[in-house]
Design a protein around this ligand. Structure first.
Ligand code: FE2
Length: 276
């Protein structure tokens, strides 16, 4: 979501973010910009004339949104490169299903940040990583929701070039269906925004993971699958020999959830979910 912060020309700014707000001076603007950014949205400062132009043209809003998203992501990559370069650590980046492909395509590799989406990457002398940021169809109809057939075909295409599956990491955004790390409230998507479905006063819970990714895990049995997507279903489990890890997500509350997985030759040495 793009949140305009409109300069009213009299030293005040107006923004419609969790209610209509009047801000007095640059300090209040900066505070709100930080709050909006930390929630995963994009603040955008403009004057009244530009706001009127944007209000009159959906195309201009769409173009601006793409530019702001691309510039933000480019800034994060530069920041990560500066920080990780000092540590000698490499970051492998994929988008999620709600990211736009044209934004991700604009991200170029740096020495320590690699755009890994839809590629097999050799991450050390022993381990390869299959990377895919898509998901199966969601009620939100996101830009990178794909059919189960497309998910299977993209994964199979990458798997064909993996040389040692016992030392392979699947960095695949969507968890396998019914693995315990994909539990969500069922939504009725015949209305917009989709609404939770209740039965006798209780929210109906379902597994929202992917049938084809479950099939791929059962068939190939990689060392580990790193997934995300289902923010509220943090945890770890196993499907056969494969460890599945979903760190969950709480970014609107300013918390970064993660996982440390320590891998050896054909084995998991240790794993731990983190929060900070
Ligand atoms: Fe997702």
């Amino acid at each position: 979501m793009l949140v305009p912060i409109v300069d009213m020309g009299d030293g005040t700014y107006k923004a419609d973010y969790i209610g209509l707000k009047t801000l007095r001076g640059p300090d209040e603007v900066k505070t709100l910009e930080l709050e909006i950014t930390n929630s995963g949205y994009y603040p955008y400062r403009c004057d009244k004339a530009e706001m009127d132009e944007l209000s009159a043209s959906k195309d201009r809003v769409d173009n601006l949104f793409m530019t702001v998203m691309r510039d933000t992501l480019t800034k994060w990559v530069d920041r990560a490169e500066t920080f990780l370069g000092q540590l000698g650590v490499t970051c492998y980046l994929t988008g999620g299903n709600d990211d736009y492909q044209q934004i991700l395509d604009a991200i170029h590799d740096t020495s320590h940040v690699k755009n890994a989406d839809n590629k097999v990457m050799k991450i050390d002398g022993t381990h390869e990583m299959v990377n895919l940021g898509w998901s199966n169809p969601t009620p939100w109809k996101c830009p990178r929701d794909h059919s189960e057939e497309e998910l299977e075909s993209a994964t199979e295409k990458m798997v064909a070039s993996v040389t040692d599956m016992q030392n392979c990491i699947f960095n695949i955004h969507v968890p396998p269906i019914e693995c315990g790390l994909d539990t969500v409230a069922k939504l009725d998507d015949s209305v917009y925004p989709p609404k939770p479905v209740f039965d006798k006063g209780q929210a109906v819970m379902i597994g929202a993971g992917s049938t084809s990714i479950r099939k791929e895990i059962e068939k190939h049995q990689p060392l580990v699958q790193l997934c995300g997507h289902v923010h509220e279903s943090r945890g770890t489990t196993r499907i056969g020999k494969t460890l599945i890890v979903n760190p969950g997500s709480d970014y609107p509350d300013g918390m970064l959830r993660g996982a440390i997985v320590n891998i050896g030759d054909k084995k998991i040495l240790s794993f731990q979910l983190t929060l900070g």
